[in-house]
Design a protein around this ligand. Sequence first.
Ligand SMILES: CC(C)(COP(=O)(O)OP(=O)(O)OC[C@H]1O[C@@H](n2cnc3c(N)ncnc32)[C@H](O)[C@@H]1OP(=O)(O)O)[C@@H](O)C(=O)NCCC(=O)NCCS
Length: 330
Amino acid sequence: MNQVHAVITGVGAYVPQYRLSNDELSNMVETSDEWIVKRIGIKERRVLKPEEGCGVSYLAVKAIEDLQQKHPFDPAEIEVVVFATSTPDYSLPSSAALTAAQTGMTNAFCFDMEAACSGFIYALDVANGFIASGKYKKVIVLAGDVLSTVTDYTDRNTCPIFADGCGCVLLEVTEEEVGFVDSILCSDGSSPENLHLYGGGSANPATHETVDQRLHYIWQDGKVVFKRAVSSMVDTCEQIVKRNNLTVEQIDWVVPHQANMRIIDAVVNYLGVPPEKAMINIEKYGNTSAGTIPICLWEWESKLKKGDNILLTAFGAGFTWGATYIKWGY
Ligand SMILES: CC(C)(COP(=O)(O)OP(=O)(O)OC[C@H]1O[C@@H](n2cnc3c(N)ncnc32)[C@H](O)[C@@H]1OP(=O)(O)O)[C@@H](O)C(=O)NCCC(=O)NCCS
């Protein structure tokens, strides 16, 4: 462990109020509650309706307010805000800056970063780097998405999976034997055809044609993504476990990205970790992309103890993936 490194000292989150049930989805595409529960493991997911609010910064502000309530901090002392999201409010300005302005984090420099569903573990590594450099002491990591805005509700291969939600953590400097320990992060951009959202960027700027071609929605080859997700998460977790001389018994919690219940089961089984040590809430929140891991930490916060060994692992578009080992700090 570095002498100076980051430790999570608080976690917050917010999920929108509207619950989109499998039965409601069954009215949009040819599917059923039974199929979705059996093949994906999701019973319902939250969706941000315009009546409630718009943009991922709406969720982020609520998540910061939740963090503030449980772990009061002076927002003026935050030096950096990193926001992992694939669905920013706008291409520019950043959702990090928008969120900071609305929550009093006026002295921070702020930026968004995109690593799809691996966004939280990428951002955690980046934030740890800022703190380990010795230059910064308080960093906010936000991670979340409003995937309902890029989900094709006529495509049954994708629409049951994706959802909206946002989490955040406060990271502070420590020299104690808790906090960020190690991570392995990977990317492979050689096969974007398997999981993509091709419209609206500089390659396919928005036109009537890109809208007609449904290029502004996520498309995936589910089987390819499934296999890569399992093998990649297992591989990086095993490497982290090995190089930190961890035994399976020493792992207190595994926090897998909530992509599909069968993916989670496979990863947990391969690792040999008892299922009760895995944080799983996919049945009620679905896949909120960068949001899934901090939303799990937020739900399990009261069960965590100082010094708990926690393994985070994620996989997403890019492809991006990795595993991160942290020791809980409070
Ligand atoms: C998408 C996914 C749920 C599909 O499940 P699957 O068990 O692989 O299903 P298949 O692709 O083999 O399809 C089996 C059949 O079910 C159908 N099907 C797909 N979605 C369906 C749905 N929502 N309801 C009913 N049937 C569905 C398919 O059309 C196919 O029918 P066919 O045999 O007549 O062609 C699964 O592949 C998956 O979760 N992949 C990973 C996706 C992911 O995690 N993406 C995010 C990455 S972070």
